[in-house]
Design a protein around this ligand. Structure first.
Ligand code: 26V
Length: 824
């Protein structure tokens, strides 16, 4: 009977407007007479949200009913960006919304811009998780994301006098995209102790008791697929004190402060995203976050499984759990604990289930990013888990001993427990031992982990346990949403929007690579995107840039290994060159705008120094009359997902110039090429595969290779280390206080001159400068340049995150899609 009352999603402009007005007048309790842009954003979002909810409920019912295998993607970061534009495009109703909003007196762009980014991530790893959610829904995979509902996402960056200043990002004042599930609450235990005894049957029993309980409340966010009714779920956990409010007992007895303190301590767990990327600091609160989120998620997953009344042995047939880096590795231990301590399975039976359930993705080889937790910290916070880890390690080392009898060195190297002072738990090793597949994120990276950090494990488990899944990006957000005009042009030549579902369709563009009319339109779109960015630059920095200049962009987290310092030293070199030119020579040079953006971890002093130098160089260069339009240096404040959507389509070249062997994959390289920009880059991460796909004529590669890095470093430290002469000139200019007090940059130049130049800035400098000159030359021939960009876009199909998800599904998860109509 109820079926006839089910909500019907709107499909027409009038119905959409009706919904907007209804939400303004009832949900928001405002009058249409004072409906401002904030209210219009809220109402439009609620209208789309209602639509998503209907499909979301149906999807969940369909998946439950079909009872097929599901994927759970565990990630401490989901860098989602904005949701409204994405929702409108994925359900295919942006035009209707545009017309409807316009009739109500609003421009859709202004409404979209009201939304605060959901910035629950640091960079590449978090954005990858967001692209994966989009692909899993678009491909109809039954898949959930599990994460933490941080009250504060990654900080907002302000630049004050050239320095980065961090401002908290409170994003939850109004968030129409989440649904609090006050009925889905999980108790999570911390601290306490373990009591062991033998029961009547002589079985060893361990009971974890005492300590404290924190409550995890679920918040659900619908994830719409593109052009499909499938709407998946992202479940984020929020922490609360077990007593709900503060402790009344304590309060009434006069202990006001500690009653509130308990509550605050619990809420602190999900309060803030750790802003480090690629640096492990081993803080207790971070371990608490990890266990809190893992325990709540597993409780939820296990509860759902138990409803099906299947045998435990079927668990891995029904459930695949992917670990996004080592951050959720405790899930392995937690599942083992649930199975042996709570469900009474014996160790081996449980361990088979556990290892068949988990897959682990590694995202970095940087040693300072590999997570380790001190044993005493573990012992205190999670005493039972530490025991289980010791048991896992014991069984593992026994198997190693059987395979390599008497190899004590090997045992020491691969032990999950590092015998240091204090002892440490090596999370990556635990993740490998507890998973059935381990993957890297680009070919070079996957090869490197097999031959360096995880070499011994390849010997122990065999090579098949290790695999590669090269990263990808969602073309929906990174082409269709960020670059609507380009998307429209492509659609007009390839027969509609099908390329957004099968990115290899882009191949069809090859035949237009020399088509005059097409090239003209292509170039016009790039120019328009550059005008848009130029306006944005003007409004945020006050600097006027010429949209006809070559836009050279490097936007990503600031890190020495990513080498923004190489870029800015190159800019200073260019400045010196321009200053030394005659007016005639200057006329021949292609004008350039060097654009930087990215956040430094708050405690990463060297990264902050690099930001400072970029800003100071800009301040000098941008007002030098000898330079004029020939060179402008811009630092864009607070780089984030929604800003990337403006920046990415506007590049002529983008820089992906990490020291070879350090950038696991990179994903912004893919975004830039997909939007018709070329790359200047090192032979690192996915740059290598991008080159293979688009052709080496269409990319500017330079620098030393990964295989030579070790020797070069050795020479720096134990042989002679002479700096590149052009780099010396750059340093001399810095030291002459040309960019403000040189003392501020002493540590930066010193790291290269005096401290071994670990990232090989000097070794690659000459090659970098030469290649930049090639870029200048190539850009002068616009006809060829445009052809290169068209061919590149045509060959980028491989880098869709859809391809990537299909590979995970087949090689690691063993799951099938469940589209509508395929339920039985
Ligand atoms: C690592 C750590 C280490 C421990 C403490 C805190 C913390 C927080 C975040 C991370 C993640 C850093 C790793 C990361 O983002 N890797 C990037 O992953 C991208 C997606 O696979 C890849 O494209 C980038 O090359 C890689 O740097």
């Amino acid at each position: 009977a109820w079926k006839k009352f089910q909500a019907k999603p709107f499909v027409s402009k009038d119905d959409f407007e009706k919904e907007v007005v209804r939400h303004v007048e009832t949900t928001l309790a405002r009058s249409m007479f004072n409906c401002d842009e904030t209210a219009a954003y809220a109402a439009a979002s609620l209208a789309f949200r209602d639509r998503l909810i209907t499909e979301w409920n149906r999807t969940q019912q369909r998946q439950t009913f079909a009872d097929t295998k599901r994927v759970y993607y565990l990630s401490l970061e989901f860098l989602m960006g904005r949701a409204l534009d994405n929702a409108m495009l994925n359900v295919g109703l942006k035009n209707i919304a545009k017309e409807g909003l316009s009739e109500l007196g609003f421009r859709i762009e202004d409404i979209i811009n009201q939304e605060h980014d959901a910035a629950l991530g640091n960079g590449g790893l978090g954005r990858l998780a967001a692209c994966f959610l989009d692909s899993m829904a678009s491909l109809n995979f039954p898949a959930w994301g599990y994460g933490l509902r941080y009250k504060y996402g990654i900080f907002k960056q302000e630049i004050v006098d050239g320095y980065q200043v961090e401002v908290p990002d409170y994003w939850l004042d109004f968030n129409p995209w989440e649904f609090p599930r006050h009925d889905i609450v999980v108790d999570v235990q911390f601290y306490g102790g373990v009591r062991k005894y033998q029961d009547e049957a002589g079985k060893n029993v361990a009971v974890w008791e005492g300590g404290e309980i924190v409550k995890a409340t679920a918040y659900d966010v619908p994830i719409p697929g593109f052009n499909t009714p499938t709407t998946n779920n992202m479940r984020l956990w929020s922490s609360k004190a077990a007593s709900g409010e503060f402790d009344f007992q304590k309060f009434n007895s006069g202990d006001y402060e500690s009653s509130v303190a308990d509550q605050q301590r619990a809420e602190t767990i999900s309060a803030v995203l750790y802003p480090n990327d690629n640096l492990d600091r081993g803080k207790e609160l971070r371990l608490k976050q990890q266990y809190f989120w893992v325990a709540a998620s597993l409780y939820d997953i296990v509860r759902r499984f138990k409803k099906s009344k299947r045998a435990w042995s079927e668990f891995p047939d029904q459930i695949a759990i992917q670990l996004n880096d080592t951050h959720p590795t405790l899930a392995i231990v937690e599942l083992q604990r649930i199975l042996i301590d709570m469900e009474g399975l014996d160790w081996d039976e449980a361990w088979t289930i556990v290892t068949n359930t988990f897959g682990y993705t590694n995202h970095t080889v940087l040693p300072e990013a590999l997570e380790k937790w001190s044993v005493p910290l573990f012992q205190n916070l999670l005493p039972r888990h530490l025991q289980i880890i010791y048991d896992i390690n014991m069984f593992f080392l026994q198997s190693v001993e059987r395979k390599f009898p008497g190899d004590r060195d090997m045992l020491g190297r691969v032990s999950i427990i590092e015998e240091s002072q204090p002892k440490m738990v090596r999370m990556a090793f635990l993740a490998i031992v507890g998973s059935h597949k381990v993957n890297g994120v680009a070919e070079l990276h996957s090869d490197l982990i097999k031959t360096t950090i995880f070499k011994d494990f390849v010997k122990i488990f065999g090579p098949d346990k290790f695999t590669n899944v090269t990263n990808g990006i969602t073309p929906r957000r990174w082409l269709h949403q960020a670059n609507p005009r380009l998307s429209e042009l492509i659609a007009s030549k390839t027969g509609g929007l099908g390329f957004l579902k099968d990115l290899n369709v882009l191949n069809e563009l090859e035949k237009f690579a020399d088509d005059k009319e097409f090239k003209k339109e292509w170039a016009e779109i790039k120019y328009a995107n550059k005008v848009r960015l130029a306006k944005y630059i003007k409004s945020t920095t006050g600097v006027t840039v010429n949209p006809a200049a070559l836009f050279d962009i490097q936007v990503k987290r600031i890190h020495e290994y990513k080498r923004q310092q190489l870029n800015i030293f190159g800019v200073i070199h260019r400045y010196l060159t321009i200053k030394a030119m005659t007016p005639e020579e200057r006329k021949k040079l292609a004008p350039r705008v060097s654009i930087f953006g990215g956040k430094a971890a708050p405690g990463y002093w060297m990264a902050k120094t690099i930001i400072h130098l970029i800003n100071n160089v800009g301040a000098v260069v941008n007002k030098d009359p000898d330079v004029g339009d020939l060179l402008k240096v811009i630092f864009l404040e607070d780089y984030n997902v929604s800003k990337a959507e403006i920046i990415t389509p506007a590049s002529d070249v983008s820089e992906h110039i990490s020291t070879a062997g350090t950038e696991a994959s990179g994903t912004s390289n893919m975004k830039f090429v997909l939007n018709g920009g070329l790359i200047i880059g090192t032979c690192d991460g996915a740059n290598i595969e991008i080159t293979r796909e688009i052709g080496e004529n269409n990319i500017f590669l330079f620098g030393n290779l990964a295989e030579d890095v070790e020797d070069l470093r050795h020479t720096h430290n134990y042989g002679s280390h002479t700096l590149d002469p052009d780099l010396v000139k750059v340093f001399d200019l810095i030291k002459s206080n040309a960019f403000g007090d040189a003392g501020a940059f002493g540590a930066l130049t010193g790291s290269i001159e005096d401290h071994g130049d670990y990232y090989l800035v000097s070794d690659d400098f000459h090659s970098y400068i030469q290649t930049q000159t090639l870029v200048d030359e190539a850009y002068k021939n616009q006809e060829e340049w445009i052809t290169k960009t068209i061919l590149s876009v045509a060959r980028m199909g491989f880098f869709s995150s859809d391809r990537c998800i299909n590979e995970y599904a087949e090689m690691i998860w063993n799951v099938e899609p469940l589209p509508v109509g395929k339920e039985s």
